[in-house]
Design a protein around this ligand. Structure first.
Ligand SMILES: Cc1cc2nc3c(=O)[nH]c(=O)nc-3n(C[C@H](O)[C@H](O)[C@H](O)COP(=O)(O)O)c2cc1C
Length: 203
């Protein structure tokens, strides 16, 4: 079994590895798991977009990201709360599809705590007057010159809180794919009432 990772033939170790990779992605900007694709949709339209992984909780089986509550994906999630994250780490050769039910947090304890920790620079995203995705007739960032140049105080940035939301995904399933020359492995985890069912699939 030369060169095979320790989790190669163990569902338990794969499950631990998943949360290890998520933690690394959360804490390190240069890791691919830092910026997954988040997919949601309704009957007529599905779409994916890159988001920044902002939090994980392995005990409650949830992960989350921040967003502008005026953005299109929030409208979509209001009609269909199902969301899917797609992660890929090229060095580890691991793809994850994490799906679950989402909750839009807005002006509650969760958003209050997250907003407090949102850095000066990141607050810029919430300081535009027009909603993300609005049509405009000139090329623009949608921000005033001062905001564009990060010339705003912490107090001035507080106005962005009215647009800030935290999208939590309560995980229902995780699909793991390890695609490697030494032989592929695919596993599937379902989570119900915090109980994790683990099984192998053909890759
Ligand atoms: C590197 C990177 C990080 C991003 N992070 C976020 C994020 O954390 N939250 C978010 O709502 N959009 C983020 N975006 C922008 C989204 O990809 C998307 O363009 C935007 O949210 C509008 O999507 P929507 O119209 O589907 O709502 C990020 C984009 C890039 C390229």
């Amino acid at each position: 079994m030369k060169n095979k990772p320790p989790y190669y033939n163990s569902l338990d170790k794969i499950y631990s590895k998943i949360w290890e990779l998520l933690k690394l992605g959360l804490e390190h900007r240069d890791k691919s798991f830092h910026i997954p694709v988040f997919i949601c949709g309704n009957e007529s339209k599905f779409d994916g977009r890159i988001v920044v992984l902002r939090g994980i909780n392995s005990k409650e089986n949830k992960i989350w990201f921040h967003s502008d509550k005026r953005s299109n994906k929030i409208q979509i999630l209001r009609s269909n709360s199902k969301g899917v994250f797609l992660f890929y780490d090229k060095d580890e050769k691991i793809q994850l599809r994490i799906s679950g039910k989402t909750k839009i947090n807005f002006q509650n304890e969760i958003t209050k705590n997250s907003w407090k920790k949102t850095a000066h620079m990141s607050r810029q995203c919430y300081l535009g007057e027009m909603a993300p995705g609005s049509e405009v007739f000139e090329p623009t960032s949608g921000l005033s010159d001062d905001v564009d140049n990060l010339k705003y105080s912490v107090e001035q940035s507080e106005i962005g809180y009215k647009n800030f939301c935290v999208i939590e995904t309560f995980i229902q399933s995780i699909e793991w794919l390890y695609l490697a020359a030494k032989g592929h492995r695919r596993a599937y985890f379902t989570i119900e009432n915090n109980f994790v069912k683990k099984k192998w699939l053909i890759p």
